[in-house]
Write a protein that binds this ligand. Structure first.
Ligand code: GDP
Ligand code: IMO
Ligand code: MG
Length: 431
């Protein structure tokens, strides 16, 4: 099987978890390359529902090896809980999941700093997931943070190092935020216990992935978040703190560009965003509520109601282009089944001028008003469709339009949350 990168094309929650699960049956490796427990990747298998935050979405297939890549920020407390929850459900994890020693180690004070910073920003807050992501990446870029490889140190050295970091963070907590310091010794002792649990999985990822580099083992790269949340290419400052775009797949695994293979963007047939920041095609009234109800659009990590709107062709084409997507997968087509009509933002109106090239300036995006094109609905269920021919004519026309305007083949269409509810279209949807 050819290697493949799965990247969110919008503002996250496009259904990446479902797609990674559906594609990982025959791969050797599933590699998460960035982000942390801000991600919430949902997989339904029959009546079983799994929400994965740090563990790669390939874990539900026995025999697939999973790596938490060096580009991630890993909260050992969360990771332990997630591993134990999977094991309780009968999935083997510790014999085939690996953690890159170079991944950043996210500490409880990062979460605390995340919350305090958000509170201080008041109405300018980003609406983060509160998982400590920004502060943990900041510690990495400042070259002060700990790494997962530190869990391999002798216990007393690890404890000493952790105490030093916690005391430094405590100064910021008390002096800058006037907040309670964390109990350094207790937190450090907990980390030592967690190290015993996690250390056997910590590896030299360069060495572990030699088969992928050589082309003898296959890999599926699992992105978190989405292109419009990328620290460099997203709607800054309302973004996450990592590269959720294609560059992150390279820096976050240490694999060379030739290992990437196909680059597949995942897009909902409409659009959602959770947290604050610009969203030109957002629907604020009852139409937005209708989409939220139909799509069950509540955050997998925080439970927050997701903001809903129509497909944004301007932002999506940008996502196809900057990631070099060789194919796209449209998810949640079934959510539109009962809609009388469907709209797509084909251009933006920016201060009296119509543009169809995504404007990258933070000041301009909130001023963009969508210019819509309307499509008739199909008013028939699509959930049982397993091939293109099974879809209603208007649904096919909608997909053909998306394929043409995105400038990338639609290689798959998801018509329900279950693993099996997929239409694979490797040669595209236009006949
Ligand atoms: P991710 O973060 O990109 O993995 O996406 P999330 O798991 O946060 O959100 C996607 C939600 O949509 C989850 O609840 C999935 O179970 C669900 N889902 C995925 N694909 C489909 C689909 O084609 N149809 C429907 N109805 N639900 C889907
Ligand atoms: P998955 O992988 C949707 C959003 C947050 C907030 C911004 C910054 O499930 O698609 P952070 O906690 O990262 O500092 O928050 O990014 N965000 C996501 N939105 N899906 C996600 O992940 C997200 N991860 C972060 O809501 O707006
Ligand atoms: Mg999600």
């Amino acid at each position: 099987m050819e290697n493949r990168v799965i990247i969110g094309g919008q503002w996250g929650d496009e259904g990446k978890g479902k797609i990674v699960d559906a594609l990982s049956k025959d791969v050797d490796w599933v590699l998460r390359y960035q982000g942390g427990a801000n991600a919430g990747h949902t997989i339904h298998i029959g009546a079983d529902k799994h929400v994965l935050h740090l563990v790669p979405s390939g874990i539900l297939h026995d025999g697939v090896r999973c790596l938490l890549g060096g580009g991630m920020v890993i909260d050992p407390w969360s990771l332990r809980d997630e591993v134990l929850a999977l094991e309780q459900k009968g999935h083997s994890v510790r014999d085939r999941m690996y953690i890159s020693a170079t991944a950043a180690l996210l500490m409880p004070f990062h979460k605390r700093l995340d919350e305090l910073r958000e509170t201080r920003l008041k109405r300018k807050s980003i609406g983060t997931t509160g998982r400590g992501i920004g502060p943990a990446y900041l510690d990495k870029l400042q070259r002060t943070g700990m790494r997962m490889g530190d869990l391999l140190m002798p216990a007393e050295n690890l404890e000493r190092k952790a105490i030093e970091k916690i005391l430094a963070a405590n100064e910021v907590l008390s002096e800058f935020y006037d907040a309670e310091p964390l109990p350094a010794r207790i937190v450090a002792e907990e980390l030592v216990v967690l190290a015993q649990f996690l250390a056997p999985m910590v590896v030299n990822a360069y060495d572990k992935l030699s088969g992928v580099r050589a082309g003898t083992e296959s890999a599926l790269f699992e992105g978190a978040q989405g292109t419009m949340l990328d620290i460099d290419h997203g709607t800054f400052p309302y973004v996450t703190s990592s590269n959720s775009t294609i560059g992150g797949a390279l820096t976050g695994t240490g694999l060379p560009p030739r290992s990437l293979g196909e680059i597949n963007g995942i897009f909902k047939a409409y659009c959602t965003r959770v947290g604050n920041g610009p969203f030109p095609s957002e629907l604020l009234g009852t139409k937005g509520d209708e989409l939220r109800d139909a799509g069950g659009e509540y955050g997998a990590t925080t439970g927050r109601a997701r903001r809903c709107g129509w497909f944004d062709m301007v932002a999506s084409r940008y996502a196809v282009d900057i990631n070099g997507m060789t194919g796209v997968i449209i998810t949640k087509l079934d959510v539109l089944d009962d809609m009388d009509s469907i709209q797509v933002a084909t251009a933006y109106e920016l201060i009296g001028e119509e543009i169809d090239v995504y404007p990258v300036l933070s000041e301009q995006i909130p001023l963009c008003r969508p210019v819509y094109r309307e499509f008739p609905g199909w008013d028939k269920p699509t959930t049982e469709a397993r091939q293109l021919q099974d879809l209603p004519a208007n649904a096919r026309k909608y997909l053909e339009y998306l394929e043409k305007e995105l400038g990338a083949l639609i290689v798959g269409v998801s018509v329900g949350r279950d693993r099996e509810q997929m239409i694979w279209t490797p040669t595209g949807v236009t006949t």
